[in-house]
Design a binder for this molecule. Structure first.
Ligand code: ATP
Length: 291
């Protein structure tokens, strides 16, 4: 196989709780992850000449060893002494540094794709073990679907799939540093933990209303206070009929859950009209496993 084109899908956190901080700076988390149908296209082509070439439509992204797709390719090339080269084209659609694991998902796609293209025969678990060395969310991005992520995010347990619904994503035009958010959280006492077990029970009962009611992200304690636009977006979503709305990951993307697509669209229009952000996407959950 000389060419492979894959979809690298984004995720949201239906729940995100932080249980503690390790001495190496990583945090122990308990998160419910959900894949959504918003994706980057990752095109991989074998080259006769050795080396890794990365090309992307976003001028501000690195195309050298700082790109997560490059890192993923290098990891397998070095380990398996691959003599041919590879060109990776990233057509980015997932907002960058947005709490949607865009970079991790690109890395996951490259690991998965190279395993197939170069017939490395690594089972999924072995890909995940390599993936976590690139980022805590990479193993999940390999697995996809509705998953409980514990440890630093790499201990994965598949959950009952999220019932069908429509997801409105809104990324305000602010940058939020993941490090700042976690450092701030460490300096405070966490007063309210999200009901992760409630989400899991809601999913088990295929009860969308219960699942939606229990959504929660402990990192909002930091970000919502710092960036009032997040609360404003959440409020518009709820006023427009969202069953609930919260921030994903360390932000700043906010997502709302809707039963009806038309209402999700209307809420997106409202958010644009009120000038909170132009970057909105109506999508849905994606539960199919990789083939
Ligand atoms: P997470 O939800 O895992 O915190 P995120 O959505 O916050 O992820 P990413 O979009 O993955 O963040 O990008 C974070 C940083 O990684 C950016 O500053 C970006 O420059 C860098 N980066 C490296 N490679 C990539 C890539 N292929 N796609 C996006 N960002 C990348």
């Amino acid at each position: 196989m000389d060419r492979l084109e894959l979809k690298a899908l984004a995720k949201v956190n239906l729940g995100l709780d932080v249980l503690g901080r390790r001495s190496n700076g990583y945090h122990d988390v308990r998160m419910v992850m959900q894949t959504v149908y918003l994706y980057d296209q990752v095109i991989m082509e074998k080259k006769k000449e050795p080396g890794i070439e990365v090309e992307t439509n976003l001028y501000f992204l690195p195309v050298n060893e700082n790109n997560l797709a490059y890192k993923a390719a290098k990891l397998l090339m070095d380990e398996f002494h691959i003599k041919e080269g590879i060109k990776i084209t990233l057509k980015k659609h997932i907002p960058v540094a947005a709490g949607m694991a865009g970079g991790s998902s690109n890395a996951a796609a490259v690991l998965y794709g190279m395993n197939r293209m170069f017939a490395l025969k690594l089972p999924e678990k072995a890909l995940m073990e390599r993936g976590v060395t690139l980022g805590a969310d990479v193993p999940y991005c390999i697995m996809r679907g509705t998953v409980l992520a514990e440890g630093i995010g790499e201990v994965l347990t598949p959950l009952s799939p999220m019932p069908k619904c429509h997801i409105l994503l809104a990324k305000p035009p602010i940058s939020v540093s993941t490090k700042f958010v976690y450092d701030e959280l460490d300096s405070r006492e966490i007063t309210k933990h999200p009901d992760i077990d409630g989400i899991i029970e809601g999913l088990d009962g295929q009860d969308l209303a219960r699942t939606a009611r229990c959504l929660g992200n402990v990192l909002e304690e930091v970000t919502v206070r710092e960036y009032p636009v997040l609360e404003q977006i959440k409020n518009v979503m709820k006023e427009q009929g969202a069953m609930n709305a919260i921030m994903s990951g360390s932000g700043p993307t906010v997502f709302g859950i809707f039963e009806e697509k038309s209402r999700a669209r209307e809420a997106g229009r409202k958010i644009k009209e009120t000038g909170l952000t132009k970057q909105v996407y109506v999508t849905n959950v994606h539960n199919a496993r990789r083939k």
